[in-house]
Design a protein around this ligand. Structure first.
Ligand SMILES: Cc1cc2nc3c(=O)[nH]c(=O)nc-3n(C[C@H](O)[C@H](O)[C@H](O)COP(=O)(O)OP(=O)(O)OC[C@H]3O[C@@H](n4cnc5c(N)ncnc54)[C@H](O)[C@@H]3O)c2cc1C
Length: 404
């Protein structure tokens, strides 16, 4: 390793350790050296190259000398991440300790993007939202503000400045200026290429069929169609498939696979349309460029009246109605461009499940919803837990043991 790179790694590690474990100054250097040594011994296999697996691989590649192999049954990003609305959000979640975790993850996205010199192209435009009633919107603003998340109430005039084409908004509207959105495929590819450059071994079209354990029930690797991969730690980041993989060692993961619909719309060129994330009881939209925007919709059921295509057409009418009065030509130019359904991995209580599996020190699991929002913070914390074999207090509430 080049001396400058080594120095940079050491200084980043220093600040990470300081912030997460509050280590006394005089102990820091010694501990750091021991940790560096320990890192060299680690062999990590990450199963699943979605937003979580790729981000985790990037953290290992950037901050450690661990030997990392990232496996995907297809290609990176081919799971639910490609269908994500990808709103980096705090306000959508419930206002409690979990909100703080999401809020910290937004900061971690900023830090990560700075480290990538802006290559992730995160759109930090903020989110406009409202609830069914003005009273509920006020309550929403208040409850998030009490937890120090920056949400303000917008006047009609301020809303018109931010979204000049939007009609049909209530008197009270919330604005979360610190929120943003990513293009998940772009981010996955960008982080993956950087991780590969830094030494991660990436194997696509490599499906894991089984977790391998020794006689004492400790995980020692995984089986794929080509060969077995052995590791000090296997990390499962296979989205909804985490459940099936754990079944191969008789663990029942409290995880549901719930569908949601993502729709891409096309419209005549405009730089003024949906410049912020707009989330209301009737629609959730955001622009991806001057001629396209995304909408996320609930999946209702598999009956003929609720096909994703019909839901997309209903969404189209709703969206047009919000812009028709001010921008009729643009509203009538909107057409459905693409519709897809993504299967979201959602733990039974909606909270992330992160950490070593029971007494099996060879196996680490990350299963979570809103994983686009949470990926960098959880990856950073998970990397530290795995490398330093020290539990992060921030993850205490998110262990699988809470279900027992
Ligand atoms: C319509 C919609 C809107 C959403 N909006 C948001 C949002 O605004 N904000 C937000 O934060 N989240 C949102 N989500 C949720 C978010 O997309 C997911 O939480 C996230 O993408 C999950 O990422 P993941 O890496 O865990 O899973 P995945 O992206 O599914 O990645 C898992 C990977 O594992 C691979 N894999 C599976 N099985 C195996 C195997 N046996 N061997 C090897 N590899 C395997 C797959 O090929 C895949 O690449 C949304 C989801 C949907 C569908």
């Amino acid at each position: 390793m080049q001396p400058v790179k080594q120095q940079l790694k050491l200084s980043i590690l220093n600040s990470l350790i300081e912030s997460f474990y509050h280590i006394q100054n005089n102990m820091k250097f010694d501990l750091l050296m021991r940790q560096k040594l320990k890192m060299k011994e680690k062999k990590i296999v990450i199963v699943g190259a979605g937003i979580v697996g790729v981000t985790l691989a990037w953290y290992f590649a950037t901050y450690s000398d661990a030997e990392v192999t990232l496996l995907d049954q297809k290609q990176a990003g081919s799971g639910v991440s490609q269908h994500s609305f990808a709103w980096l959000n705090v306000s959508y979640g419930r206002p409690d300790a979990y909100q703080k975790l999401r809020s910290k993850s937004l900061n971690e996205w900023r830090r990560l993007d700075a480290e990538m010199h802006g290559a992730l192209k995160i759109h930090w435009r903020g989110a406009i939202s409202w609830q069914e009633t003005n009273a509920e919107t006020l309550q929403f603003i208040q409850s998030h503000s009490e937890l120090s998340f920056n949400i303000e109430s917008l006047t009609k005039e301020n809303l018109a400045k931010k979204e000049p084409l939007l009609d049909k908004a209530p008197n009270i509207v919330a604005f979360a200026g610190e929120e943003g959105a990513i293009d998940p495929i772009w981010v996955i590819q960008t982080l993956l290429q950087d991780a590969i450059k830094k030494g991660v071994s990436y194997c696509q079209e490599t499906k894991v069929s089984k977790i391998l354990q020794n006689e004492s029930g400790q995980t020692i690797g995984v089986r794929t169609q080509d060969k077995d991969y052995f590791a000090d730690k296997v990390v499962l980041t296979a989205g909804v498939v985490n459940k099936d993989l754990l079944q191969t060692i008789n663990i029942e993961l409290p995880l549901a696979s719930l569908p949601a619909i993502i729709i891409r719309f096309k419209h005549e060129k405009s730089d003024q349309f949906a410049q912020h994330i707009i989330s209301t009881p009737e629609m959730e939209i955001r622009s991806i460029d001057s001629e396209h925007f995304l909408a996320a919709e609930d999946y209702i059921d598999d009956t003929a009246v609720n096909t994703p295509e019909l839901i997309a057409l209903n969404a189209l009418k709703t969206i047009q109605a919000h812009f028709n009065a001010i921008a009729p030509t643009l509203a009538s130019s909107i057409t459905v461009d693409h519709v897809a359904v993504g299967m979201r991995p959602i733990p039974f209580d909606d909270m992330p499940i992160v950490g070593t599996m029971n007494d099996d020190s060879g196996l680490y699991l990350i299963s979570m919803h809103a994983a686009v929002t949470l990926a960098p913070l959880i990856s950073c914390l998970a990397m530290q837990e795995i490398l330093y074999e020290q539990e992060s207090p921030e993850l205490f509430s998110y262990r699988i043991t809470r279900f027992q």
